[in-house]
Design a protein around this ligand. Sequence first.
Ligand SMILES: [Zn+2]
Length: 320
Amino acid sequence: MNDSVECPICRMRCNDARHLGAKDVTEYDCPRCGNYSITHQAVLNIENSEMSKQDRAKVAAYLRERTLRGDLRIRILSQQFPDMEFDTPVATISEIIKDHFPRTVSERLDRALKNIHRLSEHLGDGIDLDLEIDGPVLFAEHKDSFDFIADTLQEAGWVKLNPVFGTHGIVLTARGLERIAELERNIVGKESKQAFVAMWFDSSLAKVWEDGFEKSCDAAGGYKALRMDLTEHNQKICDAIIAEIRKSRFVVADFTGHRGGVYFEAGYALGLGIPVIWTCREDELEKTHFDTRQYNHVVWKDEKDLFVKLKRRIEATISA
Ligand SMILES: [Zn+2]
């Protein structure tokens, strides 16, 4: 352990840093960002890019959330290496900022609330958030957003800011706990090992299904990919599909072929709070509906490419 080591993301002094020599990777244990590892090249890129304070804070928040959630230590890469397989979840800085940081204020509030819950040891437990190190707990980029999020959580009735517990003392209220229960109820298949794949049933995609979707779900955490034929669309099958979506840990929605059912199933899953991973074959991306373009699709060329990219996306977005 080197006690003068600085976190390359937030620049805070770390508790611990271990160099994984041969792989050119360092593992950090940062009070602000939690546990992660990063390649030497990624560190150089951060130094050379003059990354903004805001972006650093976004990355710190994602890393801290993973640590609080008990996820596997993620490795930050300088870029995605499509042909390499990794034994850990991997992500680039730009993926974290664009894809993994909450997109909306309400998502930020929900995820901040869950972080507070993870830090609370028992009912009524007051925690003292340290502005210096706990900005990421509230997905705050600076002091103003920290105060804004804390105040908004209180206005929603989910927490009470209580100076008894410290300068930024905060305690979950009964309504906050109800909100958490509601969020967890929505993730019906939280413990599930099923991944629902909404896609076009076409023989041209048979190999893509087998060597792309099925294989990457399995490799990313032993998820069993399930797809249901939409060609015989009738009420009964619809009910069955809905039941299977509800039972799934996440949904992969592939827009190749632009089937109406895929849009329906992705929308249904989103409504339930089930995570959706958007994918599309490269040559078909232009044709996707405008309202799904706001989501960053995993764009793939063939089954091999899909396998690597989808596996990474699952590992980086679906908590263990
Ligand atoms: Zn840090």
